[in-house]
Write a protein that binds this ligand. Structure first.
Ligand SMILES: *Cc1c(COP(=O)(O)O)cnc(C)c1O
Length: 376
């Protein structure tokens, strides 16, 4: 059996090696490494995949979030709400821009922002909500958008883990992850569902004015060359990464079904075990399983991880500490116990290997060992 990895990029590459190598070679042959044709081609392909008006390729997912927030014209002290159970990037860019991060609790079943908690956190200073579609499943966007409309707030979706996930609104309309709010942000970090061979990211919007503004911000605040109208940054997707992404986008739907097949195997095998809570399937969103994350009930997690590691099975904790208890973000507004669901999740979650190349033999081996530990 092949070695088990959290993410097996090597095996995925082997299957599309010729196409990828050809794409990269084309960039080298033309030497248009920055803002080349590959970048525009990929941008257009992604716009049509997502059915969104504008895709703005940028340097990484964190830059995407930063540029999005810069484009909203917020002022120091304005409050931006984000879930406390997530990766640091959302709170980080809020803090870097001199805005005030306000964190809220999440829903135990879906790991996503809790609408109840969100509603209570809105104040007259609130200007934006940054929901994170964690682990590959969209947050309750219908509820979030309704709250945003009621309070006149911007919605910037963090779709770094959820590209390709589809949300169904109650009127039956279906929209791609990242294309429901004012702005959506994604990352092409190699292990993401649509990953390149280095750093990359993109911003999505249907709003022409925001798109123009964000394109300028990503390019030193420049519209006409060497005339700088606003303070910007430098954030670009390079042509070699775009060449890789252009190929991989064609396989994204296959990659998603590969992940879903692995998740179904896990779910079926673990179903009914009272010490394991399998990931909940939300009724209005597809799940693209960026991570396959269990909640353990009365299991010694550290010992389980040790046991699995000895068997050659990696397992990770995403995420061990909520934002409000991170050293850099501690302030007197928050203390331990304030967000009990997020804190509980940090203590009981465990992510198993999840990628597009998992074989049935590997899945059988992983689940057999998890159950052997848990049932003893
Ligand atoms: C990966 C990720 C980011 C950051 O993306 P980078 O490309 O690494 O900057 C932000 N938010 C979430 C939820 C992520 O998973």
């Amino acid at each position: 059996m092949k070695n088990i990895q959290m993410v097996d990029l090597r095996s995925q590459y082997e299957k599309i090696k010729t196409e990828i190598n050809t794409g990269i070679q084309e960039v080298i042959d033309t030497t248009s490494f920055i803002k080349g044709k590959k970048v525009t081609d990929f941008q257009q392909a992604l716009e049509s995949y997502l059915n969104v008006k504008h895709v703005i390729p940028v340097g990484n997912g964190t830059d995407a979030l930063q540029i999005a927030l810069m484009a909203l014209g917020l002022k120091p002290g304005d409050e931006v709400i984000t879930p406390t159970f997530t990766f640091i990037a959302t709170a980080e860019v809020v803090a870097l821009l001199g805005l005030t991060p306000v964190v809220v609790d999440v829903d135990f079943d879906t790991f996503n922002i809790s609408l109840e908690s969100l509603r209570k956190a809105i104040t007259p200073k609130t200007k934006a909500i940054v929901p994170v579609h964690l682990f590959g499943q969209n947050a309750d966007m219908e509820g979030i958008l309704a709250l945003a409309k009621e309070h006149n707030l911007f919605v910037v979706e963090d779709a770094c883990q959820s590209v390709g996930s589809v949300y169904t609104f109650s009127d039956g309309s279906q929209v791609q992850s990242g294309c429901m709010g004012d702005i959506g942000c994604t990352s092409f970090f190699p292990s993401k569902n649509l990953g390149c061979f280095g750093d990359g990211g993109a911003i999505f919007t249907n709003n022409d004015e925001l798109a123009a503004n964000m394109r300028a911000i990503a390019n030193h605040g420049m519209v006409v060359r060497y005339y700088h109208d606003i303070v910007g940054i430098n954030s670009r997707l390079d042509s070699i990464q775009a060449a890789v992404l252009e190929v991989k986008l064609k396989y994204l739907n296959n990659y998603i079904s590969g992940r879903q097949t692995a998740a179904t195997y896990y779910n079926t095998t673990f179903a009914g075990n009272e010490k394991i809570i399998i990931p909940a399937q939300s009724s209005n969103s597809t799940h693209v399983f960026h991570q396959y994350t269990l909640k353990l009930n009365d299991v010694n997690r550290a010992d389980l991880i040790k046991f699995l590691t000895e068997k050659g099975i990696p397992a990770m904790i995403y995420y061990p500490v909520p934002l409000h208890l991170q050293k850099a973000y501690r302030d007197n507004r928050y203390k331990a116990g304030d967000f009990p669901i997020a804190e509980k999740l940090c203590d009981c979650v465990l992510s198993l290997p999840m990628h597009t190349e998992l074989t049935e033999e590997q899945l059988k081996y992983i689940t057999r060992n998890v159950l052997e530990f848990i049932n003893n």
